[in-house]
Design a protein around this ligand. Structure first.
Ligand SMILES: Nc1nc2c(ncn2[C@@H]2O[C@H](COP(=O)(O)OP(=O)(O)OP(=O)(O)O)[C@@H](O)[C@H]2O)c(=O)[nH]1
Ligand SMILES: [Mg+2]
Length: 158
């Protein structure tokens, strides 16, 4: 990674951590949630092959505003139907009706990964017309589009 790009990313990360917000990261098994949490917190990709039992907890603030991210393995085509259903079930909950949502198609470094348009289609994101949804294609491994993800989170902080 170039040093200018790295310092930009470090700056975004520091902005992000001066804000108080609560982010919930949801996704199917092995979509890369823990890896992303590590990348956001430390900037380092650590090969995380240990599945999380229960939930992983980074930091919490009492004044936190609630935002949500939904992680999809964009290279695992067999799981997209299940991801679509789980997302639909989640978004039908009345308590989540006003929560901004960012969908991340992770692992875009893999050769068969869907494009961002492919993720939008596979998850039928256009059917949620009443809700604020953004969708990015990212790679926790190669740190692709982690900058715009941090920007989105910063913008949605209180
Ligand atoms: N190629 C590639 N592999 C990734 C990426 N992100 C995560 N992985 C790999 O995907 C596997 C699962 O990652 P985890 O972060 O453990 O996934 P998780 O969503 O936390 O999984 P559970 O805790 O079981 O729900 C690991 O082997 C990671 O190294 C990525 O951007 N690219
Ligand atoms: Mg995990």
């Amino acid at each position: 990674m170039s040093s200018i790009f790295k310092s930009l990313l470090d700056w975004l990360r520091s902005l992000f951590f001066t804000q108080e917000m609560e982010v919930t990261l949801v996704g199917l098994q092995a979509s890369g949630k823990s890896t992303l949490v590590n990348v956001f917190a430390s900037g380092e990709f650590t090969e995380d092959t240990i599945p999380t039992v229960g939930f992983q907890y980074a930091a919490k603030s009492p004044r936190a505003k609630f935002t949500m991210k939904f992680v999809v393995d964009s290279a695992d085509h067999g799981k997209l139907e299940a991801a679509k259903q789980e997302l639909r079930n989640l978004l039908e909950r009345p308590t989540l009706s006003n929560v901004p949502l960012l969908v991340l198609g992770n692992k875009n470094d893999l050769p068969n990964a869907l494009t961002v348009e492919g993720v939008i289609d596979a998850l039928e994101l256009k059917s949620y017309s009443q809700r604020e949804i953004a969708c990015y294609s990212v790679s926790a491994k190669n740190q692709i589009n982690i900058d715009i993800t941090l920007q989105w989170l910063t913008k949605h902080a209180p």
